[in-house]
Design a protein around this ligand. Structure first.
Ligand SMILES: Nc1nc2c(ncn2[C@@H]2O[C@H](COP(=O)(O)OP(=O)(O)OP(=O)(O)O)[C@@H](O)[C@H]2O)c(=O)[nH]1
Ligand SMILES: [Mg+2]
Length: 449
């Protein structure tokens, strides 16, 4: 925290401009060593933007730049920050960076700016994590969830739970401190009720973890089925361009093909696979193996069949195991007419040729991941796996406390459970002394953030 750090904050490569960030107590003295303002009278006031040149120790001009001044604590990290906007060539950016390092700054670690922001109390851990979610968001829904977390929605909910836990813990501890007072059975009842409510609020947050995973990593949808059913055609239809080779030869697709798409705000990892059948030929049989392996990793399987063929015929072409998987049955080639054997079957009738039914299929895919849970669309909270582990830990301690109260166990034991519940909740928004945890979170950030 004592070092003044510097990093290129814009992506690598060539662009109109690039941004370098310097943060720490020495950032202004360091900048003054390398920056020659065009107007020598220009003042280094908070939020001032100065025009000038960056000059190395030999007096050589590296670039003409704009320099923005932020005086702590009113800055991203809470420290003094200087942001330098230089021309966006790879070489010039590196030259400016080297000049600043020679003048006394150290190259920042990944996420070090955000880590400082957290350590200086500018944001809690959930907000710091939201910065990374925001940067990597693939769809508008993911972006909205990240923004709501950055605004502090999750942090606020956690604080409310923390406050309430603390208040109930204080009651319990009062009994420990004043053992001569008898436990008022009514107060006991009310504490128990409060704890039950808290446990269910935590449960509601845990329920958002699945959506959190989908928004961050994407829903993994695998297209599977017998050869020639139109699986690759469906991939292309959903993507909107001819990504996979389509042909009337059975066994066209061999390797799995994966593409990321945005279905109504849900990021979806869509995988096309080889048609499943018994084959001798080694390349195709490897494809079939891969296709089967992919099924085990799927969140949702689209089981595509050519519905112009008799159902018995399709089933003869060995396609099993779909019943145990989360799946949607898709009857393709509806433009040619559906075979009688499919008339009464549940599933979506589509045609990749004329696009019929594709919208309904998209609707079903989206519903399968947001379906019963309107919790998400209301408040856009979607916890990540770290939050989930803390929440589960907290809830199980809380439930122990509730059971202990029911069985009128000594208040000391109840208090221990509640303290542990409180610790796990506290870990979500962060305690500045958990170095390991911080290292783990911030190391996944990019340099300069
Ligand atoms: N009429 C009609 N033909 C379709 C439709 N969808 C696909 N086809 C045709 O069906 C044939 C097979 O399509 P593909 O998309 O290659 O089928 P696949 O399931 O990927 O086949 P494999 O990769 O061999 O397993 C092609 O000739 C497509 O043009 C459809 O909705 N209607
Ligand atoms: Mg194919």
């Amino acid at each position: 925290m004592e070092d003044t750090i510097v990093a290129i904050a814009s992506p690598p490569g060539q662009g109109a401009v690039a941004i370098l960030r310097v943060s720490g107590s020495e950032s202004i003295p360091i900048a003054k060593r390398v920056f020659r303002p065009k107007n020598p009278q220009a003042k280094w006031l908070p939020r001032a933007i100065l025009l000038g040149t960056i000059v190395n120790s030999d007096g050589e001009i590296m670039d003409q730049v704009l320099l923005s001044v932020f005086i702590g604590p009113a800055s991203y990290t809470g420290e003094d920050i200087v942001e330098i906007t230089c021309h966006g060539g790879a070489l010039v950016t590196q030259a400016v960076l080297d000049t600043i390092i020679s003048a006394g700054a150290r190259l920042a670690d990944p996420g070090e700016f955000s880590k400082r922001s957290f350590l200086n109390g500018k944001m809690d851990l959930t907000q710091a994590e939201a910065v990374m979610d925001l940067i990597s968001a693939k769809t508008t829904l993911a972006l909205r969830a990240a923004n709501s977390q950055l605004e502090g929605q999750l942090g606020n909910r956690i604080s409310e739970i923390k406050q309430s836990l603390l208040a109930n813990l204080a009651h319990i501890e009062a009994y420990i401190d004043f053992p001569e007072e008898d436990i008022d059975p009514e107060a006991n009842e009310s504490i128990m009720r409060n704890l039950v409510i808290l446990s269910s609020s935590i449960g509601n947050l845990i329920k958002t973890a699945e959506q959190g995973r989908i928004l961050r990593e994407g829903l993994h949808v695998v297209i599977s089925g017998p050869p020639n059913a139109g699986k690759s055609s469906l991939l292309n239809s959903l993507l909107g361009y001819e990504r996979a080779i389509v042909s009337d030869l059975a066994g066209t697709t061999r390797d799995t093909i994966e593409e990321m798409i945005n279905l109504k705000g849900i990021p979806v990892r869509l995988t096309d696979t080889a048609g499943i059948r018994e084959v001798e030929e080694s390349i195709e049989s490897e494809g079939v193996l891969r296709a089967k392996r992919e099924l085990n990793r799927a969140d949702l399987v689209l089981v595509v069949v050519d519905a112009t063929i008799d159902k018995k015929e399709n089933e003869r072409i060995e396609f099993t195991s779909s019943d145990e998987l989360n799946h949607i049955k898709v009857f393709n080639k509806a433009d040619l007419g559906i075979h009688n054997s499919y008339k009464r079957e549940d599933g979506v009738r589509i045609s990749c040729l004329d696009g019929a039914g594709i919208e309904s299929l998209v609707g079903l895919i989206v519903e399968s991941c947001l379906g019963e849970n309107d919790h998400f669309s209301k408040n856009l909270i979607a916890v990540n796996s770290r939050h989930r582990a803390c929440l589960e830990n907290s809830q199980s301690n809380l439930n122990n406390a509730i059971n202990a109260l029911k069985e009128s166990v000594e208040p000391e034991f109840v208090s221990v459970d509640l303290r542990e519940a409180l610790d796990s909740i506290g870990e979500i928004v962060g305690k500045a002394d958990v170095e390991d945890l911080l290292g783990e979170i911030f190391s996944s950030f990019c340099i300069g953030k």
